[in-house]
Design a protein around this ligand. Structure first.
Ligand SMILES: [Zn+2]
Length: 536
């Protein structure tokens, strides 16, 4: 017998190693996996230990694109994301305001854009329930905000206020309606809504961490980290309370240029500590086709095209090429947000310029979302060594696609989310939820990757291009070793001796049974770095 173990985990163990081998038991000592094999073999090697049993055991999930702290913040405030009607939203907002009489602002989010039709929600709906205090609520995709009249007054926004270059106010005959799109939503938040303190961010991070651990998630890349949030992450880690491993993608300020490089280097040096890797830069290249703000090669359809042209490119190509080249030269990983086909092409062009200038490196750049890439650009991912960071839950014909996307992009909707083509191209596939935009439950996300159908609608529901389906094994590899690769977490993502002990223990084997049962799979316990952090 070798050294003793602290915990032995038993079940059908899917290791996601290179051979995709199965085992029956995993032994853990400290924060490491010390044995993997059959149960008698593992017991022979490590003796007896606390045993945790499940139907199936997989590596802890890694979410490669998430706004965990931001989602935790919404959960701590006025959260609408479990409701489905406008009257329910208004009841919740009124009750929240009544329960928090001393809050100067009512903040939160989670409203679903398709419920409000083409023009989005109106400030008067909010005025009816909160007339006396400002209200600021982000929608589920976080590309828009809904504010009341009091908030517009405090911000000095009137019918004469022009639209900024990176967003727009939805307007009616009386002026701005209270629906803020893209840059207007972000600028309003940073200029007028009271900033969160480090303690506020710490509480939001801890709420998110507990929620994600319960879903088997042990590591993530937070895709929008400004200095105040980085301070929150560091404070949680310094306090010994960060049980997840986190990559903080530092926010590239599109209103500035390369003069911000020195500050980003300082943030990386200060923020990288303990369980935090602050070596990534997030560059947001466009909005989204649902509001005609995604950056497209050709104009939007009909009147959307007349009003919005080809959408908004947040970082012009020449600036982007220089920024990515300089950042790559400084050793940063670059995480680019690209929904439209022009944004996706410009993201690849920028990495191509960086490769030409700096040669190859191990930065593991990645592009998130890939909603409508031009098919000609997909092979360039592998050619340039860029990983695809996919949000699979969106790849089904949900009301958002049918009522918002399709009318704006027309026939181009036939090539939405080409995940199968990405896999066939040989590119590295990482996966993420973009929570709070959509659920971080990986089993719901993986079921959509496999079926391309809305989860709750079952086997007979419409399919979004079945040729783009991928296998469950491919999806699971995306959420484990693929995302671990993108997170530069070479110590995790597979179950093998010497790896960090990050495990998700499941109530059923999701490889067995129908693909329409994948989403029913529950996590019964989660182990992060050898500690039981949920269930158990
Ligand atoms: Zn995001």
């Amino acid at each position: 017998m070798g050294e003793r173990a602290d915990i032995i985990v038993t079940g059908d163990v899917y290791t996601v190693d290179a051979a995709r081998s199965w085992a029956k038991a995993v032994a853990i000592r400290g924060d490491r996996i010390v044995a993997v094999g059959t149960e008698p073999d593992v017991r022979e090697r490590v003796g007896s230990a606390e045993v945790i049993s499940g139907a199936c055991v997989v590596p802890g999930f890694q979410d490669a694109h998430i706004h965990a702290a931001f989602a935790g913040r919404i959960r701590r405030h006025c959260n609408l994301d479990d409701l489905h009607t406008i009257p329910d939203y208004l009841d919740r907002i009124a009750a929240h305001a009544a329960a928090h009489p001393d809050d100067a602002w009512i903040v939160g989010g989670g409203w679903y854009t398709p419920l409000f039709g083409d023009h989005g929600p109106h400030r008067r709906l909010l005025d009816a329930v909160v007339p006396d205090r400002p209200v600021y609520l982000m929608n589920t995709d976080t590309h828009a905000a809904w504010v009341n009249t009091k908030a517009l007054e405090l911000a000095g926004i009137t019918a004469d206020t022009p639209d900024p270059w990176d967003g727009y106010f939805v307007r009616d005959a009386e002026g701005p309606t209270g629906c803020l799109q893209e840059g207007t939503a972000y600028t309003f938040w940073s200029d007028h809504v009271p900033a969160d303190s480090t303690e506020d961010w710490m509480a939001s991070i801890c709420v998110a961490q507990q929620f994600l651990h319960a879903l088997g998630i042990t590591a993530w890349q937070d895709a929008w980290v400004r200095p105040d949030l980085l301070a929150g992450y560091r404070a949680v880690d310094d306090a010994g309370e960060l049980t997840a491993r986190v990559v903080t993608a530092l926010w590239w300020d599109r209103h500035r240029g390369i003069e911000q490089l020195d500050e980003l280097v300082e943030q990386r040096d200060w923020g990288t500590t303990g369980r935090i890797d602050a070596g990534t830069i997030k560059i947001m290249l466009d909005g989204c086709p649902e509001s005609a703000t995604g950056s497209m090669l050709a104009p939007y359809e009909g009147h959307f095209g007349e009003e919005h042209g080809r959408g908004i490119q947040f970082v012009e190509e020449n600036v982007l090429r220089e920024a990515v080249t300089r950042l790559d030269g400084l050793g940063f990983q670059i995480h680019q947000h690209a929904l439209g086909d022009r944004a996706f092409r410009s993201a690849l062009d920028a990495v191509e310029a960086a490769r030409a200038a700096n040669g190859w490196n191990d930065a593991r750049h990645h592009i998130a979302h890939l909603q409508l890439p031009d098919p000609a650009d997909i092979p360039r991912l592998r050619a340039l060594g860029v990983a695809a960071n996919i949000q699979p839950l969106w790849a089904c014909p949900d009301p958002g696609i049918e009522t918002l996307t399709r009318p704006r992009v027309g026939d181009r909707a036939e090539r939405l989310y080409p995940i199968g083509d990405v896999v066939r191209s040989g590119a590295v596939l990482a996966m993420g939820s973009d929570w709070p935009i959509s659920t971080p439950n990986v089993f719901e996300e993986m079921q959509v990757a496999v079926t391309r159908q809305v989860v709750v609608d079952g086997p007979d529901a419409p399919v979004l291009d079945p040729t783009q389906r991928i296998t469950f094994a491919e999806a699971l590899a995306g959420f484990t070793r693929g995302s671990a690769y993108v997170n530069h977490d070479d110590d995790a993502g597979t179950i093998a001796e010497g790896m960090r002990a990050d495990l998700a223990i499941l109530d059923r084997n999701p490889f067995a049974g129908s693909v329409y049962e994948i989403a029913d799979t529950k996590v019964t316990a989660t182990i992060a770095a050898g500690r039981v952090v949920a269930g158990g």
